[in-house]
Design a protein around this ligand. Structure first.
Ligand code: KIV
Length: 270
């Protein structure tokens, strides 16, 4: 089982693979594929819980889904994504919420959507034994401030701020950094400036690793961002199976003889 140290050691050496998972069968599939890291993302809100954004996701949601994923995972490193306002307000609550993910749900690390407000918090968590993956660029919990999901780091000042914050989180002890929806040349420069690995999503090919939302990667989402890629058509397969089931019940084709049994010792009841 890789530890956060193993993931950190891959920086500049071997590409790091990371996908989200929120339930047991998905975690098993992803783990069996040999993925390095499973993220129990707060994207569970959009892709599985029926919310428009990740804002309504709470600590109990992430704790329950993380515990489900850790029960089904044998090899990959499992990281719990701290939801909106579960951290960064006051330190005590932030530490208790993050601590739950390790103590109760079995995660090995947490991810924080990062900013100036998470530098000292990251340091404190790491001191206490809670490994932290930082996350800069597009931080979807700010959707209401952005008014959508725009690219980040597109002008010089914004790019410099991202680099500064990346270095600050590395200094604070983060073991890796997600870079979301930033220009590939900025991701390249940040990756070169850091010793810890960068994991990109919509950040081009120069990061140390890549992450996608599972539902986007396998083609289960109705909509996927332009920077993502569908590696399958799971939605189409599921739709076809359900259509076939409905048709088979309606035509009486299912259940067939092999799906039922008659008990010869049973007398007719009427
Ligand atoms: O919640 C999530 O799935 C994420 C990844 C996209 C990085 O934060």
């Amino acid at each position: 089982m890789p530890s956060v140290r193993d993931v950190r050691a891959k920086a500049g050496n071997e590409p790091i693979t990371m996908l989200t998972a929120y339930d047991a069968p998905t975690a098993e599939i992803v783990d069996e594929a040999g993925i390095d890291v499973i993220l129990v993302g707060d994207s569970v809100g959009n892709v599985a819980l029926g919310y428009e954004t990740t804002v309504p996701v709470d600590v109990d949601d992430i704790a329950r889904h993380t515990a489900t994923v850790t029960r089904a995972t044998e090899e990959a490193l499992v990281i719990a994504d701290m939801p909106f306002l579960s951290y960064g307000t006051d330190e005590q609550t932030s530490l208790e919420n993050a601590g739950r993910m390790l103590k109760e749900a079995g995660a090995e690390a947490v991810k924080l959507e990062s900013g100036p407000h998470t530098v000292s918090l990251t340091e404190k968590m790491v001191q206490l034994g809670i490994p932290v993956m930082a996350h800069l660029g597009l931080t979807p919990q700010h959707v209401n401030q952005y008014g959508g999901y725009p690219r980040q780091g597109t002008d010089q000042a914004a790019a410099e701020r991202i680099l500064e914050l990346a270095l600050a989180h590395e200094d604070a002890g983060a073991f890796s950094l997600v870079l979301e929806h930033v220009p590939a040349n900025l991701a390249r420069d940040v990756t070169a400036a850091l010793d810890i690995p960068t994991i990109g999503i919509g950040a081009g090919p120069h990061c140390d690793g890549q992450v996608l939302v599972f539902h986007d990667a396998v083609g289960l989402s109705e909509w996927t961002p332009s920077f993502s890629k569908q590696f399958g058509d799971v939605r189409g397969e599921m739709q076809k199976a359900v259509d076939d089931y409905v048709a088979a019940v309606e035509t009486g084709e299912f259940p067939a003889e092999e799906h039922s049994h008659e008990e010869s010792d049973l007398d007719s009841l009427y």
